[in-house]
Write a protein that binds this ligand. Structure first.
Ligand SMILES: NC(=O)c1ccc[n+]([C@@H]2O[C@H](COP(=O)([O-])OP(=O)(O)OC[C@H]3O[C@@H](n4cnc5c(N)ncnc54)[C@H](O)[C@@H]3O)[C@@H](O)[C@H]2O)c1
Length: 267
């Protein structure tokens, strides 16, 4: 039995990056507590699979092939949402670009692409959702940031880190502007969460996983499903007085000083 504060019945959520990973887990979590969904991704097959999984739960899910770094496609998706679902209560702003290139070598075009995708285009999703939510006087926007938005990572994460820093500040500013009119804006800051890209990097560099784990006192990397509970909490009335918050989902990474030593782990 779930507590009614976490119930999203009758509400509509739009989640980007919904074909796999944290976007898929978040979307399925919202459906499990009653929401209908619009699902955006560039992976047509994957987003359809997520929609099929959600429909088996008895909820409505509309898969949309949308590159969220393209503002025309984002606006067209919101127009479709108006036509087919008629409302938006929750935005899960999950998909976003990244690139690995050192600051001394990165091409400015690459830098622009990441900053456009993470800052301008992601803001476009916030603006489209925010306008609709403000008109109704209620809504919850959840931006996926990163520990890279509040600490430096090195390892050529430069452009991504700069973009995520802006996502953090976007969250604070939008919360400050909009929460008095009913629209809460929060960010989740994950540390390393398993996905195919990370798995490939860990395979190429046998020291990388141990390096990550030294910074994660809980003693394991994240899994996409780790986002479900927190996302449901932020989407629902359970978090009604929580806005502008930057919530780490990081196994204790941000709490530990880089020179610190994690305590004994179980096992
Ligand atoms: N995994 C991590 O360690 C980690 C940590 C912090 C932040 N993040 C951020 O969280 C988000 C999701 O990470 P994940 O691990 O779930 O990723 P993932 O690679 O498992 O899934 C990303 C999904 O987004 C889709 N996508 C990529 N670019 C898109 C675009 N332009 N438009 C629409 N869809 C697009 C992909 O097709 C895929 O389905 C990313 O923004 C990432 O930067 C990830």
């Amino acid at each position: 039995m779930t507590h009614p504060l976490f119930d999203l019945s009758g509400r509509v959520a739009l989640v980007s990056g919904a074909a796999q990973g944290m976007g898929r887990a978040m979307a399925i979590g919202f459906a499990e507590v009653g929401a209908d969904l619009m699902l955006a991704d560039i992976n047509a097959e994957g987003v359809q699979d997520t929609a099929a999984t959600i429909e088996k739960l008895g909820r409505r899910a509309i898969p949309v092939v949308c590159d969220v770094t393209n503002v025309d496609q984002v606006r067209a998706m919101f127009a479709r949402l108006d036509r087919e679902l008629g409302r938006i209560d929750v935005l899960g702003n999950v998909a976003g670009p990244g690139v690995l290139a050192s600051p001394e070598e990165i091409a400015l075009e690459q830098m622009e692409k990441v900053v456009h995708g993470l800052v301008v285009a992601r803001f476009c999703c916030c603006q489209e959702a925010g306008r609709r939510m403000l008109a109704k006087g209620k809504g919850s926007i959840i931006n996926i940031g990163s520990i890279a938005g509040v600490t430096g990572l090195g390892r050529s994460n430069f452009a991504y880190s700069v973009g995520m820093g802006a996502v953090v500040q976007m969250t604070r500013e939008l919360s400050t502007e909009w929460s008095g009119r009913g629209v809460r804006v929060n960010a989740i800051l994950p540390a390393q969460v398993m996905n195919p890209g990370l798995a490939a990097r860990m395979q190429a560099d046998p020291n990388l996983e141990a390096n990550f784990l030294r910074g994660i006192p809980i003693g394991r990397l994240g899994q996409p499903g780790d986002i479900k509970g927190l996302a449901i909490f932020l989407a629902s009335d359970a978090s009604d007085w929580i806005t502008g918050a930057l919530i780490p989902m990081d196994g204790g990474n941000l709490a530990m000083n880089a020179g610190g030593t994690a305590g004994k782990r179980k096992g």
